[in-house]
Design a protein around this ligand. Structure first.
Ligand SMILES: NC(=O)c1ccc[n+]([C@@H]2O[C@H](COP(=O)([O-])OP(=O)(O)OC[C@H]3O[C@@H](n4cnc5c(N)ncnc54)[C@H](OP(=O)(O)O)[C@@H]3O)[C@@H](O)[C@H]2O)c1
Length: 266
């Protein structure tokens, strides 16, 4: 898909990956509809981005609120929407028994329920285009269950399943579904504890711009299905699907280190 002149809705636009995506998409000539909660940050981002045609627009909304999908639908009702990027997300390192119920609900609401409801409401608009795309930003933890992230993993496994089923449901339409799953990335999503844990375990962390480039590459090459970013994470995802006991053993060895960092908060 050529991005020049396309209208693209991007949630989580002010975050680490969101900003990198917004810049890359704007540089490619897309008109952006930017969504997050912080109105000031959104305004500043909108003004700072290069603009090829129609000005970028912003909407400050909490996507976990019941009326949010309707607000987003109204926000983009008058534009030819070509791409919906469900990118907003949240995560917390904690063992399940130390996780508050409201933290569990927030992760499911933002990482899974919001993309599903938003996609449902915006699909009629996307279907009016000759070609359109739903792009869900998942996680390598949507393919590999990781200790300390059981709730986040559950939400991202859910998003991957949703993306796969929807892609098959829309197979005879012009709307494609792409699910991109980054590995750990240097953004404020990850607390200092997570960064320190990744360091201790030797887990690589990507630059958000690298992730944005891979996402753009996926859009421009009309990729469909799931793309796990990073090596060896892509291989680990396959091994985990075929031989989960191998991953069990590797993560059993890492468990004391993960426990040390996870328990720092509880
Ligand atoms: N960073 C990583 O290591 C990593 C790895 C794999 C996958 N991912 C995925 O990549 C995506 C982007 O992550 P990121 O690292 O860029 O996160 P981030 O830097 O924490 O940014 C999160 C974005 O979501 C917005 N947001 C948060 N809560 C919201 C809410 N209730 N309603 C509306 N917007 C909300 C934030 O803006 P406001 O606070 O202003 O609302 C911000 O724009 C997420 O889906 C994440 O799961 C990240």
């Amino acid at each position: 898909m050529q991005l020049h002149g396309r209208t693209i809705l991007l949630t989580g636009a002010t975050g680490g990956i969101g900003r990198a995506l917004a810049r890359s998409l704007a540089e490619a000539g897309a008109q952006l509809l930017l969504v997050a909660r912080d109105a000031v940050a959104l305004e500043q981002l909108g003004h700072a981005l290069p603009c090829a045609g129609a000005p970028h627009r912003t909407l400050a909304v909490d996507l976990t609120q019941a009326d949010a999908p309707r607000q987003v639908q109204a926000f983009c009702a008058d534009v030819p929407l070509s791409v919906l990027i469900n990118n907003a997300g949240t995560s917390e390192l904690n063992f399940l028994q130390d996780t508050l119920p409201e933290t569990i609900e927030r992760q499911f609401a933002l990482n899974l329920t919001a993309p599903v409801l938003l996609t449902r409401l915006l699909l009629p608009q996307l279907l009016r285009q000759e070609s359109a795309l739903v792009l869900n930003i998942g996680s390598a933890f949507g393919s590999i269950g990781y200790p300390g992230f059981s709730v986040y993993c559950a939400s991202k496994f859910g998003l991957r399943g949703f993306s796969e089923a929807l892609r098959r449901e829309l197979a005879d339409t012009g709307v494609g579904v792409l699910h991109v799953a980054p590995r750990a990335t240097r953004t404020t999503l990850n607390s200092e504890r997570v960064v320190a844990m990744n360091h201790a375990l030797g887990n690589a962390m990507d630059d958000p711009l690298h992730v944005a480039r891979q996402v753009l590459n996926g859009i421009e090459r009309d990729r469909r299905g799931t793309v796990v970013l990073g090596w060896p994470e892509r291989l680990y995802a396959v091994i985990n699907a075929v031989l989960p006991a191998v991953t069990d053993r590797a993560l059993r060895k890492a468990l004391p280190v993960i426990q040390r960092f996870a328990r720092q908060s509880s």
